[in-house]
Design a protein around this ligand. Structure first.
Ligand SMILES: NC(=O)c1ccc[n+]([C@@H]2O[C@H](COP(=O)([O-])OP(=O)(O)OC[C@H]3O[C@@H](n4cnc5c(N)ncnc54)[C@H](O)[C@@H]3O)[C@@H](O)[C@H]2O)c1
Length: 350
């Protein structure tokens, strides 16, 4: 008896790094960042319909490996992501990722994809979404402290979504700042390299910290943060890994993704449990105000939550449909008779 070819459900669309790069170029990075921002915001609006859990983190002395699952009842998604700040010294990246979407009804996967690039895009889009609700009106200048892999994406999302025109860069490693300066040439942003973090924040209405260090670091101290700014703190995203002095948090109104995860991983791990926080989705749905006045310091204590990856995966699935930007992977064993898995194996002897 000849075996039937694999059914459509057994072939899983796979987006390689190469195809992800082609997609970004085809769509245009700023358009893609805008579309991702809107998609993430759409999912934050239906926050309550998601199955939520803090990510499952496996910590070691060298870094962390995390699984980030969620489901909206129809589609299930997860991301595998690592965080290894010391990797860069040996020529490897701090953060790499891949992810999957599956159909809840059958449990069969419907998308497998690279997510190192997609994570940089979705993290930048999430920052821009938060800034759209929290940054001072008419913000035109941002400071970008930490000029590593995420930096250009962050700057471009703030330009595309918030209207940022100038970026002031600082990194302890001048090579990273030179790289970012070079990459942002021709972007339309006015980019300035600064020799200290203090100099970088001068005149900035939005301050993004995106450094990688496995410790309680103090990238910003209280005296560096003037009234009215919006802080977008991305790099503090693990137990024992923060970027801001706690005195800043005492002056700021702090907005978070998913509290059970942020209390463990975010800047607020430094605070007492009665420290007030606001869930960003409540601002987005209009239940609570975001920025109230021009003097308020707002802080988006970003750690990265599974729903943002789910939104990015969902966006990707729709964007690649009908294009040549994916391959079908023979990923799910597909016996002609579902209970004859062994028979399928036997028949494939040669
Ligand atoms: N919140 C999120 O959703 C999210 C998503 C992705 C990455 N991250 C985090 O963002 C951080 C940056 O990621 P990346 O991929 O750009 O890492 P990266 O290693 O490519 O870059 C980090 C940069 O920070 C610089 N740096 C370290 N200490 C510094 C200091 N004290 N002052 C100024 N600069 C300093 C390093 O020199 C390096 O250039 C990481 O901690 C990562 O875990 C968070």
């Amino acid at each position: 008896m000849t075996a039937l070819p694999p059914s459509a459900k057994a072939m899983v669309p796979f987006v390689s790094v190469d195809n992800m790069m082609r997609l970004v170029h085809r769509v245009g990075i700023e358009t893609m960042l805008r579309e991702l921002t809107d998609r993430i915001e759409e999912d934050f609006r239906r926050w309550e319909s998601f199955d939520k859990t803090p990510r499952v983190a496996s910590h070691s002395r060298d870094g962390v490996i995390e699984l980030m699952p969620t489901s909206d009842g129809t589609i299930y998604g997860f991301k595998y992501v690592n965080g290894h700040p010391k990797n860069v010294a040996s020529g490897l990246q701090t953060v790499t990722a891949f992810g999957l979407l599956a159909e809840v009804a059958s449990g069969y996967p419907v998308l497998l994809t690279e997510m190192t690039l997609l994570t940089a895009l979705r993290t930048a889009a999430t920052s821009a979404m938060a800034a759209r609700h929290l940054a001072p009106k008419g913000a035109r200048t941002m400071a970008m402290i930490g000029n590593g892999a995420q930096a250009e994406f962050q700057a471009l999302a703030m330009k595309a979504v918030v209207g940022i025109e100038a970026v002031r860069l600082y990194d302890i490693d001048p090579i990273a700042t030179e790289k970012t300066l070079r990459n942002l040439q021709g972007s339309g942003l006015l980019v300035t390299a600064c020799s200290t973090a203090q100099a970088a924040v001068e005149g900035a209405e939005i301050i993004t910290t995106c450094t990688a260090d496995k410790q309680f670091a103090t990238i910003l101290t209280d005296n560096m943060v003037g009234r009215g700014v919006h802080l977008n703190a991305i790099g503090g995203d693990c137990p024992g890994k923060t970027e801001l002095h706690r005195d800043i948090l005492l002056r700021a109104d702090t907005f978070v993704e998913y509290p059970p995860q942020t209390w463990v991983e975010g800047e607020i791990q430094q605070m007492d449990k009665d420290y007030p926080i606001t869930e960003l989705w409540r601002v987005i749905t209009g239940q609570v105000p975001g920025r109230r006045d021009a003097t308020q310091i707002t802080l988006f204590d970003s750690v990265g939550f599974a729903i943002e990856d789910f939104s990015a995966l969902r966006y990707l699935r729709e964007r690649i449909a009908g294009t040549d930007l994916y391959q079908n992977l023979d990923m799910i064993a597909d016996p002609d008779e579902p209970r004859d898995l062994f028979g399928m194996l036997q028949r494939a002897a040669d």
